[in-house]
Design a protein around this ligand. Structure first.
Ligand SMILES: [Zn+2]
Length: 239
C-alpha cells in the first residue's frame, strides 16, 4: 500500500512495519521479524522490483521485530545493511540482551522464527541521507535508535521511538526502554519537526502528529528540562 509518494507499507509481515521507498532510490526501512523476508520479497516483486535492485536496508534499531529478517534479505538480494553503531552491535549479537528479550527470542524460536545475527555494512550518523530521508537520532527505546525524516513532504519513519494508541501517541513502554527520560526528550525533539505523516514501528500510520507528539514528550517537568539542557550543552561541546 502506497501511503506517501513512493513510500509503500509492506503487507503480510507478522508484527513490525516495513517501509519500501521506491524513489529516487529503492531503499527498505526495517525488515520485520525473522521469517518475514519472503513476504517482503513478494511485495517487491508485486511492485516490479527485483531482489538485485534492492541495495540498501536501513534499520531503526536492532530489535528482532525490526532487524529480524535483515540477514536473510542480505543473502537473498543485493542489499547492504545500514544502522547506527550501537544498533549494528545489537544486530550482530542479538544474544547480548536482557532477560525479557531473551525470553522473547526463545518464544520466537518455538514459533520457528529463530533470531539470526546480522552484519551491518555501513554505520549511519545523524544527518545521513537515504532516498530523500534523513537519519534523526532518537535514543531512548534503545541507545542508538534512528528515525528517518523526509522534509519535502513531512514523512517520518519513527520505528519504536513512539507508540500509537488510538488517537494518542505514547512514549515506548518503560519495561522495554533503555532510558525513559531520553525517550521523552527524543519525542520532544521529533515534535519540533514539521511531520505530516508518522509511520510507527507497529500499528497504523498517524497523520498530523505534532500536538500528540508534544503531549507524548511531556509534561516538561523539572527533570526533563534539566536533561534536555544537558543534552543541548553536550551537543554544543561536540561541535
Ligand atoms: Zn524495539
Amino acid at each position: 500500500m502506497e501511503i506517501a509518494r513512493g513510500v509503500h507499507l509492506v503487507p503480510g509481515t507478522a508484527s513490525g512495519n516495513v517501509c519500501l521507498v521506491t524513489e529516487p532510490d529503492i531503499v527498505l526501512f526495517d525488515t520485520g521479524l525473522p521469517g518475514d523476508g519472503p513476504a517482503i520479497l513478494k511485495h517487491l516483486a508485486h511492485l516490479g522490483v527485483a531482489p538485485g535492485e534492492l541495495r540498501s536496508i536501513c534499520l531503526t534499531h536492532g530489535h528482532a521485530g525490526h532487524a529480524g529478517s535483515a540477514a536473510w534479505l542480505r543473502r537473498q538480494s543485493a542489499a547492504r545493511i545500514l544502522a547506527s553503531a550501537p544498533e549494528a552491535d545489537r544486530a550482530a549479537d542479538p544474544r547480548a540482551c536482557g532477560a525479557l528479550r531473551t525470553l522473547w527470542h526463545l518464544l520466537l524460536r518455538t514459533t520457528r522464527r529463530p533470531v539470526e545475527a546480522c552484519m551491518v555494512d555501513r554505520i549511519l550518523q545523524a544527518g545521513d541521507e537515504m532516498a530523500g530521508f534523513i537519519a534523526v537520532e532518537t535514543p531512548g527505546h534503545t541507545d542508538g535508535h534512528l528515525a528517518y525524516f523526509r522534509a519535502s513532504d513531512g514523512v517520518l519513519i519513527a520505528g519504536d521511538a513512539v507508540r500509537v494508541a488510538g488517537r494518542d501517541l505514547l512514549a515506548p513502554p518503560f519495561w522495554d526502554t533503555a532510558s525513559e527520560v531520553t525517550a521523552r526528550i527524543s519525542l520532544a525533539k521529533l515534535a519540533d519537526l514539521p511531520i505530516r505523516l508518522l509511520i510507527p514501528g507497529h500499528g497504523p500510520p498517524y497523520r498530523a502528529p505534532g500536538a500528540a507528539l508534544r503531549q507524548a514528550g511531556g509534561p516538561p517537568g523539572f527533570m526533563l528540562e534539566t536533561m534536555r539542557r544537558r543534552a543541548q550543552h553536550q551537543a554544543r561541546r561536540r561541535r
